[in-house]
Design a protein around this ligand. Sequence first.
Ligand code: AP5
Ligand code: MG
Length: 181
Amino acid sequence: MRIVLLGAPGSGKGTQGQRLMQHLRIPQISTGDLLREAVARETELGRRAQADMHAGRLVADEIVIEMIHQRLAQPDTTAGFILDGFPRTRPQAAALDVLLEKIRQPLDKVVNLDVPDAEIISRLLARGRVDDTEATIRKRLEVYAQQTRPLLDYYRAEGKLAIVPGVGLVNEIFDRIIAAL
Ligand code: AP5
Ligand code: MG
């Protein structure tokens, strides 16, 4: 299975991605986690990404596209993968299509976890990652609405979109995702 988790910040992509990884035995690939790793290791890429992440802006398309390109070339992805937080822009979605077409592995499903903004803000303030300040959370929500939400129409048109209500117990939401797949 090749799955994209497309929800807003704090909608539960990471939480549900982990569950799906165990259940389906395919890797969860989070561009946010990969970027945070690069920042922690103080690589050139990490240095370039850090300020954008801190401010809640998207990192440049070419950086994340190259990261995904390299990650999907790893042998553990041949049976499938769960993309968490990628794609987030039209150019990223287009690049992913080209990449998957080349290896003849089209996406099976795109899951959008639907969670109201107020719930997202309270979840993220409670978590407290470095980018979980109120100002940065608001910026991330704004960026999601402007740049990522339009991808819902893109995947709906391809007949791949599933909208899953993302409020409730983690287990309940997981069952909804499995049903949608
Ligand atoms: P990224 O790391 O992807 O962050 P995000 O999209 O803002 O989402 P989060 O990781 O905060 O939330 P999540 O949806 O994974 O939810 P989680 O399961 O953690 O990106 C960070 C930054 O990196 C971006 O701002 C950007 O700068 C950059 N970046 C990343 N990808 C990029 C890309 N493709 N292009 C350009 N830039 C990119 O849950 C959140 C909290 O809620 C947790 O505390 C969790 O325990 C809790 N929770 C989960 N489920 C529930 C539930 N059902 N009920 C109650 N609480 C719950
Ligand atoms: Mg996450």
